[in-house]
Design a protein. Structure first.
Length: 113
């Protein structure tokens, strides 16, 4: 992950549970958040989208003066995520998202009871 992006628990992270066409930009991704998730992109929320091959990821966030979109593409390999069409977005914390962006399985960080 880039040194320019700082992921902290100040935000709420939502992993969209379906694949997304990476040609979508600000308006298209905001449309998914609003129309399919029933949410608004607020300054505390970051939405995470993956393409079908899980080789590209986009992070969408709202800031005080506009939207910001981070786009990451792997040279080779895939991100270690499993997306399904059910249950809406999956909420992650900053550590889990950092694991995903590093290619690790974020579900291993979940505590088992």
């Amino acid at each position: 992950m880039s040194a320019i992006a700082l992921l902290t628990d100040h935000h709420h992270y939502f992993l969209y549970s379906r694949f997304v066409d990476m040609r979508k930009s600000f308006n298209g991704l905001c449309g998914i958040v609003h129309n399919e998730l029933g949410k608004t992109v607020s300054d505390k929320d970051i939405f995470v989208f993956f393409n079908k091959r899980c080789s590209h990821v986009k992070l969408l966030l709202a800031e005080q003066d506009g939207y910001t979109l981070f786009y990451r593409r792997l040279h080779k390999g895939r991100f270690n995520v499993t997306l399904t069409d059910d249950n809406g977005p999956v909420q992650l914390n900053a550590y889990e998202l950092q694991m995903v962006l590093s290619g690790l399985d974020w579900r291993r960080s979940k505590k088992t009871g």
